[in-house]
Unconditional design. Sequence first.
Length: 170
Amino acid sequence: MFDARVSKLLNEQINKELYSAYLYVHFSNYFTDAGLIGFANWYRVQAMEERDHAMLFIQFMQNNELPVTLEAIAKPEADTSHHLTVLKEGLAHEQFVTASINAIYEVAHDVKDYRTMQFLDWFIKEQAEEETSATEQIRKFELFGNDAQGLFLLDKDLGMRTYAPPSLVL
Ligand code: FEO
């Protein structure tokens, strides 16, 4: 019942989600090195969420007896010349992932694959939330990040983030 294009795109999305996790571990390491452990924590949690996203795609494919092929994960590439550029790279990456999810949705819609569309609904909402939080981070940094005390409080705030498993259960 599954269109080959949908299956291929779902499989490719696994790699994109794992790459997202890898990229955010890279960001977390960057902030650890910079002494900003709150920012590092925020991206560590984000990496765990991205791993979960990959696992959800795997689970969905396996639930529908679609073969899963794991490909190599690329080395993270991002401009880490400044704290703010890292945050901006994060937003740009989320926009890339949103476009990728939308592209799968479009094909699923074209072939009337309602099951995949329903599965992707959660990700459409999740991407909107992730873009919002990435945008908020940039705004807050632009407002407070250039002042030592502001940066200290911002880092403390981001250090409060805790991991929670995804609300989507398959
Ligand atoms: Fe799972 Fe933030 O892309």
